[in-house]
Design a protein around this ligand. Structure first.
Ligand code: GDP
Ligand code: MN
Ligand code: MN
Length: 255
């Protein structure tokens, strides 16, 4: 397969038609996968916000104080308030805020960005409200019919370093299911469900970068999903998420 970034995209503004911006710079094909950084989806959807939009309540003040105490740096309680308002559950409060967003993604600070926020003097960029709907909308506005994946950069438990993940998708299942197929020894695979949208997002992140490259969109060409069952079950239910359950009862303590 080929992975390449779409060149020449401008600074994205609220109300911009991302599909039109992309299509005028890339000849898309129906069997491509188009990967769009959540940053520009959020910008187009007007998800820039100011810290002043989030007057801090008691909980946010408490969290900010605790985080400031731990880090020895000042923490803005309005930022903690923004994270709380974007989240359905606080999974860890310290030494950093790990929360579940309304659409199911678990991330540090609810995925709110303070870099590449764009002009206009805003402080924050919130994630798209419903990224799979965003992907769907972009797809419908294109004249070709590629799969569309909205990505974000995210940290990983157990491992240093960040990589791209999918937070929304349209026109492609999130996973391909290898269960019931056999390995080279003839053993039946029992648990392997491959999160292909995350793998594609990680590949896209290799060419879009994290800084000032100005390359928020990538195309994966000549990759095939293959003959597998698909599934859209990317976000674990709390019931089946034992790590999340364990973290609920865990308290950060410094010795
Ligand atoms: P995130 O991973 O979705 O949080 O986005 P990043 O902040 O890592 O940015 C991904 C890529 O998009 C980088 O190459 C940025 O320079 C680029 N980028 C961010 N915003 C814009 C924009 O409005 N226009 C253009 N052309 N590039 C942007
Ligand atoms: Mn981000
Ligand atoms: Mn990124």
């Amino acid at each position: 397969m080929d992975v390449f970034a779409v060149p020449g995209l401008p600074e994205v503004r609220p109300g911009d038609d991302l599909a039109a911006l992309i299509e005028s710079r890339a000849d898309l094909r129906d069997d491509d996968v188009l990967l769009v950084a959540s940053t520009v989806v959020s910008k187009a959807e007007g998800r820039r916000a100011d810290l002043d939009d989030f007057p801090a309540g008691p909980r946010a003040k408490e969290i900010a104080e605790r985080l400031a105490d731990i880090s020895g740096e000042e923490k803005d309680p309005r930022f903690a308030q923004a994270v709380l308002e974007e989240s359905t559950e606080i999974i860890m409060e310290a030494p950093f805020l790990l929360t579940a967003t309304k659409f199911g993604h678990v991330g540090v600070n609810a995925g709110i960005d303070r870099s590449n926020v764009g002009d206009g003097g805003a402080d924050l960029l919130l994630l798209p409200e419903r990224p799979s709907e965003s992907a769907d909308r972009i797809r419908r506005n294109l004249s070709a019919d590629p799969a569309v994946v909205v990505t974000d950069t995210s940290g990983r438990p157990f491992r240093h370093g960040q990589r791209g993940v999918a937070i929304g998708w349209s026109g492609i299942p999130a996973s391909r299911d290898w269960r019931g197929e056999t390995d080279r020894d003839g053993h039946e695979l029992e648990v392997t469900v491959e999160a292909v949208v995350d793998e594609l997002a990680a590949a896209a992140n290799l060419v879009t970068g994290e800084g000032d490259d100005g390359l928020p969109v990538a195309v994966v060409r000549d990759w095939e999903f293959g003959n597998h069952e698909g599934s859209d079950n990317l976000y674990r239910d709390v019931d089946g998420d034992f790590v999340r359950q364990a973290l609920r009862g865990w308290e950060f303590a410094r010795d």
